[in-house]
Design a protein around this ligand. Sequence first.
Ligand code: CAA
Ligand code: NAI
Length: 309
Amino acid sequence: MAFFSHQVCRGFSSSAVRNVVIKHVTIIGGGQMGAGIAQVAASTGHSVTLVDTNEDILKKAVKGIEGNLKRVVKKKFADKPEAGEEFIQKALQNVSTSTDAGSVVRDSDLVLEAIVENLKIKQDLFGGLDKLAPAHTIFASNTSSLPITDIASSTNRLDRFGGLHFFNPVPVMKLVEVIATSATSQETFDSLLNFSKKLGKTSVSCKDTPGFIVNRLLLPYIMEVIRMYERGDGSKEDIDIAMKLGCGYPMGPFELADYVGLDTVKFIMDGWSAANPDNPVFAQSELLTKLVAEGKLGKKTGEGFYKYK
Ligand SMILES: CC(=O)CC(=O)SCCNC(=O)CCNC(=O)[C@H](O)C(C)(C)COP(=O)(O)OP(=O)(O)OC[C@H]1O[C@@H](n2cnc3c(N)ncnc32)[C@H](O)[C@@H]1OP(=O)(O)O
Ligand SMILES: NC(=O)C1=CN([C@@H]2O[C@H](COP(=O)(O)OP(=O)(O)OC[C@H]3O[C@@H](n4cnc5c(N)ncnc54)[C@H](O)[C@@H]3O)[C@@H](O)[C@H]2O)C=CC1
């Protein structure tokens, strides 16, 4: 249960809202990240409603969650298949789906957004939900690169708005970046930290700076790698092998870019290069632009820098 019941909370001013214990979570966007977050939240006892634009996407997301739960169980319950099956069923029972975010946020302690990396679309979403969610509900974005302050500006709950940035694949990656804006209350920040901890993640606290910690370092690396390849300084296969074996990274940079999604990489870089047109670190890549225009978005579409079919 939330610290305050929803009915009590609705009439309260924001200043009366204290640490919200997050139990009911609405996750908007059932793609790679939203489905992964839903899986981890559901398997750690949270009740989760996953929202997307149509039923087919939601069906695919739930199927993916089931498949990935099986991978988790194979390891965690290697000698106890019955306990493993129970774990899967319990987690799946905690997940429901909806195409109508407005109707489900009324019961949420946390609304976590993982939709397309576009400021206007994220603002429109949160601006609409702000009018429908109870006073105590915390809003958070999983954005890779957009200022949380700008996303939150479409709402009247600046003190109850923060960033929760997960990493792909969510069930495996141990980090969550927790972002407070200058307006995020300490209570909200603490609730987000506690939620991350309940999911079994390690958190780092980040300022609301572009790309927070990880992506501010990772994206320039990926872009420099693409430029290196465009210059003909190495084949993508050799560059990937070099970074895996030379640095001990689990994936080479081209494999990783395909895994993240080339559309997401491009959305991030478009925003940063528009804001910093003179900074060569954020310069555009013709090859990336071409692949995205061709719909070659990486692993999720079957082709990016590499083919996956
Ligand atoms: C863009 C942003 O905003 C931020 C980002 O996310 S940047 C991207 C950050 N992510 C990374 O850097 C990922 C780097 N890559 C890796 O860590 C690894 O390659 C990987 C974990 C993705 C895959 O590892 P792998 O060894 O090549 O493959 P695989 O054997 O299939 O998986 C390793 C383990 O993870 C598990 N796993 C992989 N994906 C999983 C998923 N979605 N759900 C559950 N378990 C999963 C596998 O079952 C396997 O478990 P065991 O060790 O028990 O067998
Ligand atoms: N791919 C990655 O490695 C990471 C991505 N992120 C961020 O997470 C967010 C989502 O990324 P992915 O899951 O990779 O994208 P994705 O493309 O796999 O999924 C996005 C989903 O959002 C849905 N969607 C779009 N607009 C919507 C709306 N208005 N309402 C409901 N659903 C909507 C789409 O139908 C799609 O299913 C982005 O902001 C991205 O920058 C953060 C960490 C890692």
